[in-house]
Design a protein around this ligand. Structure first.
Ligand code: ATP
Ligand code: MG
Length: 444
């Protein structure tokens, strides 16, 4: 992409109404535009990050053996009357009436609808286990939408639902989700800690929330410092291997980690004092096991050799749009965003220090073509702006790598490769810069 032809409406001033850094930077970097309280348009740069997050979520869900579907945002009230949640859900549910006076709603979550799909098409236990998921917009009429996309009213969520024959099978599904989530967040450059949670309005027994530590988080969290040393890394996982998954889950759930809702002071104080940590956290996902809560009243049953059985279910969410903000909260400095390589909107920036100079322009074009040939997606600042302004924009929008091209360096056959996170620079030939970036991104 060439900046002169892109749509990147950056703001020079700090927007007055944005209270936290991710919201400020998302507005300043031209990633989103607010349309109503808690409702945003995604502008091109923001959309690229959102799509990258979606892609990682899809890849990791499918790696775990889960099957994508797409349900509508609009749901009939009658389905929710079957589960008893139409009345129970309260004012967070946006209720709508169509021209035939039928009650509808904009889905805040999809347990009822997925159960309806399941009961319509699945009859035999032989079709289990099954986990279906989607990435779809949700609407919750939050009392206080705030912090930009972190607490929106319309927001993008991955929601997955497992259908299993027994408690043991459902716990394997639970573990599959926990392990796949650990991988998912790490690929986004985040450490998200699974914490024992409270089941809330969805209701259930076993549940963990995944929290990213950040001072602006809405939850108060308590944890054993030992948990922050855990890394998933590139270990191979066989998602069918129950024992192996259970072991990974044990590894991550043994150190104390809880939100204020489930915090147990006595247990916490058993940890060595120097490891007792209190912080704030952003909830970026949650997994639930809730048994037959929906399958029983809605008649989602399968035939087995021993008769009909209501399936054991769980639901598992990832806050896809919230993650864009959470990643910025976890990775920025006072000049702007620092995207982790896994989600960056462009792989690198190219800054032309002397636009219009034949040799400099040609070198930038060659770099641009060379990077694209390696499958990389550069953002080339080919505008007439001053160098200082070009650097400020690149720093603000947070591309992890920048190649700076100017006449002085080119005389020696060199360009400069700079890492956004550290500011470390290195002079090397354009070919070497392309090769280096290709090597870096081969891991993502
Ligand atoms: N209003 C919102 N805006 C953006 N993301 C949200 C919002 N509500 C929930 N999410 C994301 O969707 C994920 C799954 O939804 P879930 O039903 O667990 O939310 P929740 O527990 O009600 O969230 P919260 O406690 O933050 O209100 C959450 O972990 C969170 O990351
Ligand atoms: Mg939750």
């Amino acid at each position: 992409m060439r900046l002169s032809r892109y749509f990147l409406p950056v703001l020079k001033e700090n927007p007055a109404d944005a209270q936290i850094v991710s919201h400020r930077y998302m507005l300043r970097a031209g990633m989103i535009k607010q349309q109503q309280a808690g409702i945003y348009s995604w502008l091109p740069l923001g959309l690229r990050v959102l799509r990258n997050i979606e892609r990682i979520v899809h890849e990791e869900q499918q790696r775990a053996g889960h099957i994508p579907v797409l349900m509508p945002t609009m749901q009939p009230a009658d389905l929710w009357r079957e589960s008893g949640r139409y009345d129970a859900y309260g004012p967070e549910m946006l209720r709508i009436r169509d021209r035939h006076d039928r009650d509808m709603l904009f889905g805040p979550t999809n347990e009822e609808m997925i159960t309806d799909i399941f009961r319509a098409h699945v009859e035999s236990y032989k079709q289990l286990p099954m986990t279906l998921y989607q990435i779809q917009w949700k609407f919750r009429d939050e009392v206080r939408p705030r912090f930009g996309v972190m607490r929106g009213r319309e927001f993008l969520m991955k929601d997955g639902y497992n259908f299993d024959l027994s408690y043991e099978d459902a716990m394997h599904a639970y573990n599959r989700h926990m392990v796949s989530y650990l991988r998912t967040y790490e690929r986004m450059g985040l450490q998200a800690i699974p914490m024992r949670a409270d089941s809330g309005p969805i209701g259930g027994d076993d549940t963990h929330e995944f929290l990213v530590l950040a001072s602006t988080g809405e939850s108060e969290v308590f944890y054993d410092a030992a948990i922050t040393d855990l890394k998933f890394g590139d270990r191979e996982v066989d998602f069918q291997d129950r024992a192996a998954l259970a072991k990974i889950v044990e590894e991550w759930t043994t150190p104390y980690a809880r939100t204020d809702e489930t915090h147990d002071v006595a247990l916490f104080h058993k940890i060595p004092a120097e490891r007792q940590k209190t912080s704030r956290g952003i909830e970026v996902g949650q997994i639930f096991y809730f048994g037959t809560k929906y399958s029983e009243p809605m008649g989602a049953k399968v035939n087995t050799p021993d008769g009909e059985v209501a399936v054991h279910m769980g639901s598992h969410g990832i806050g896809v749009s919230r993650l864009v903000g959470a990643i910025i909260e976890a990775s920025h400095d006072d000049r702007g965003i620092i995207w982790p390589e896994g989600v960056t909107p462009f792989h690198c920036g190219i800054v032309n220090l002397k636009q219009g100079d034949t040799a400099t322009d040609a070198a930038c074009e060659a770099l641009y073509a060379g990077l694209r040939k390696k499958g990389l997606d550069p953002l080339y600042d080919d505008t007439e702006e001053r160098a200082g302004a070009k650097f400020a924009t690149m720093d603000l929008i947070g591309l992890p790598w920048r190649i700076t091209v100017g006449p002085r360096g080119l005389k020696e056959g060199k360009v400069e490769l700079t890492r956004r996170a550290t500011g470390d620079s290195e002079e090397l030939s354009p070919d070497a810069a392309v090769a280096r970036l290709a090597e870096i991104y081969a891991g993502f």
